[in-house]
Design a protein around this ligand. Structure first.
Ligand code: SF4
Length: 151
């Protein structure tokens, strides 16, 4: 790997772009993700930036219990994210369906059935610190040899 590529890898690893998708939640996990942006947790101090365009994302946060209406959309969003990329399941919903997974419930968890999930952050809902920790723990996986993996 050239020196230039190594420098690009180092710089890029301090700029992690995150998108999130809610596949049917109670809104509890969404609020915890939004709390990550608040001055108390200040996500951007770690070089993590949240925005809505999956084409610019490195990490996809998946929230909610995967209702059937969201299956195709979830796959479509995942396919729009360029390599290298990872998805993280936030909360119990994308893992088990949580409180929505009961007789007569219209849900189809886990999210892993629909797209590859690299990590899960359990909880109902999980704390913002746990969400931030999961993103940071997967960053080396995304950014190791980033420039080469992109090609
Ligand atoms: S895991 Fe709990 S808090 Fe999060 S969306 Fe599901 S029910 Fe709501």
């Amino acid at each position: 790997m050239s020196v230039l590529q190594k420098m690009k890898n180092a710089v890029r690893s301090r700029s992690i772009h995150v998108s999130y998708v809610d596949t049917g939640s109670c809104n509890g996990c969404d609020i915890e993700v939004l709390a990550c942006l608040s001055p108390r947790y200040d996500l951007e101090q770690y070089g993590i930036y949240v925005h809505n365009n999956p084409r610019e994302a490195d990490v996809l946060l998946v929230i909610g219990c995967c209702t059937p209406q969201w299956e195709d959309k979830l796959r479509s969003i995942w396919e729009k994210i360029p390599e290298p990329k990872v998805a993280i399941a936030i909360g119990n919903c994308p893992v088990s369906g949580c409180v929505f997974n009961r007789d007569g419930g219209y849900v189809n968890p886990p999210a892993e059935k629909h797209i590859p999930i690299a990590a899960t952050v359990p909880g109902c809902p999980p704390r913002p610190t746990e969400i931030i920790r999961a993103i940071l723990s997967l960053a080396p996986q995304v950014f190791e040899d980033y420039e080469e993996k992109k090609e």
